[in-house]
Design a protein. Structure first.
Length: 120
């Protein structure tokens, strides 16, 4: 924090006990919080897309990535692995299942193209 030093006429950096405690706790400057927010947003987006499609419908992970990355361009591609991780978390919670060729698969062993659907 920048403030007035009581002993100097110029601004100086002040370290507060809270700032030091934050450093000891491994505060990453909000990066981890941003990732958690993105993870939760991806999970909500997956569930919202599935709810809009109806029973038994599936979505591709790229549908969720594109929905979250609203800007034009290929930036959504960087969200593909986070979407797959979000789908695995939702599968572990019993909310969705991961399929390949229309059949449920173990989310941790799935390689290649997958689809996501609500659990029956």
């Amino acid at each position: 924090m920048v403030g007035a030093c009581p002993l100097a006429p110029w601004p100086c950096h002040l370290t507060t006990p809270d700032a030091v405690a934050g450093d000891r706790r491994g505060d990453t400057g909000g990066v981890a919080d941003d990732e958690r927010r993105t993870d939760r947003r991806l999970e909500r987006t997956i569930l919202d897309l599935l709810d809009r499609r109806g029973p038994g419908a599936t979505i591709c992970p790229s549908d969720a990535a594109r929905a979250v990355h609203a800007a034009d361009g290929d930036g959504w591609r960087g969200l593909m692995e986070p979407v797959r991780r979000a789908a695995r978390r939702l599968a572990a919670a019993g909310e969705v299942e991961i399929t390949q060729r229309g059949r449920p698969v173990d989310p941790d062993r799935a390689r290649g193209p997958i689809r996501i659907r609500r659990t029956p």
